[in-house]
Design a binder for this molecule. Structure first.
Ligand SMILES: [Zn+2]
Length: 297
């Protein structure tokens, strides 16, 4: 069903066309139809009808915040993220946007970074403060919070930019917050993925209505260049990207609330698809998610 009123891209003002209509397949919090439009100029896919109160779509996000002991156990599997950061900047001051369960925060602290976090969820912010002792700014507008913080060597956002109503303001503020030689590290779902091409509106990483924009990495790189940032790394085959390939195929094949044996069957079929498609998904930036590093010279 096409959206009735054509509207300009909220990021660049370019002309958009209807891409697909979907629902909240991942969490089924509301039974609304969500329309995504693609910009002919910047290539961004944007949610046209953003719900007024987005917070209700995150209500159950942090229902089980782990103890420090459990965080430490879980954080081991995510070490690759801090390893990736340290290929570019070995240490110093790091600002994390949207730490959520705090696993990266913990790894960054263990690697010797001086970490400050910006988190929109009150419970998650308090949890991170009490478990790690770091400074956590509670804010849903990271560009405003960044402007008030001391300069940093690293600004990271793991799967955050797609949730922000004003992603360019965040990138602008991140670029301004960096010291020379510092990096912005962003991971996000990939609108040029094989998964989105094949599954369309059923691709689990559309995650309507929580994902407001799906940004092609080239579009972020171009915006970064205008801010004086140079691309330093782009990958869709880091361990996180590869995991999200598998998650996409698994969850595309069952509905939430399915019986356990149907879920199991869907997961097995999803794993078979993942193995079959690995040569395509792992080539030419066709993976489910990318990680992009931009450096301030
Ligand atoms: Zn645009």
């Amino acid at each position: 069903m096409p959206t009735p009123v054509p509207e300009p891209c909220r990021l660049c003002g370019g002309a958009t066309t209807h891409a697909f209509t979907t629902r909240d397949h991942n969490r089924a919090i509301a039974d609304e139809a969500y329309h995504y439009r693609r910009c002919a100029d910047c290539g961004v896919l944007g949610l046209a009808n953003v719900p007024e109160d987005l917070s209700r779509f995150y209500a159950e996000e942090y229902f089980a915040l782990p103890t420090l002991e459990v965080m430490r156990e879980k954080a081991v599997a995510e070490r690759y993220r801090v390893d990736l950061v340290q290929r570019h900047v070995g240490g110093g001051r790091l600002i994390e946007i949207g730490p959520g369960d705090g696993l990266f925060t913990l790894n960054a602290l263990d690697a010797g970074f001086d970490v400050t976090a910006i988190e929109m969820d009150r419970a998650a912010a308090e949890h991170l403060r009490s478990t790690t002792g770091i400074e956590v700014i509670e804010s849903a507008a990271p560009h405003e919070a960044l402007a008030d913080l001391r300069p940093a060597d690293v600004v990271v956002g793991w799967h955050v930019i797609e949730h922000l109503p004003q992603p360019w303001k965040m990138l602008d503020a991140a670029a301004a917050a960096l010291r020379p030689g510092g990096v912005v590290v962003l991971a996000a779902p990939n609108p040029q993925s094989l998964g989105l091409r094949v599954l369309g509106r059923r691709w689990p990483h559309v995650d309507a209505p929580r994902h407001l924009f799906l940004l092609p990495p080239a579009t972020i790189i171009e915006r970064g260049r205008a801010l004086g940032l140079e691309p330093a790394q782009l990958t869709a085959t880091d361990p996180g990207g590869i995991l999200l390939n598998r998650i996409a195929w698994r969850y595309a094949l069952h509905k939430s609330g399915s019986r356990w044996w149907r879920m199991r069957l869907a997961h097995c079929a999803g794993d078979a698809m993942t193995a079959l498609l690995a040569p395509v998904e792992r080539a030419a930036m066709r993976g489910a998610a990318y990680t992009l590093v931009l450096r301030k010279p």
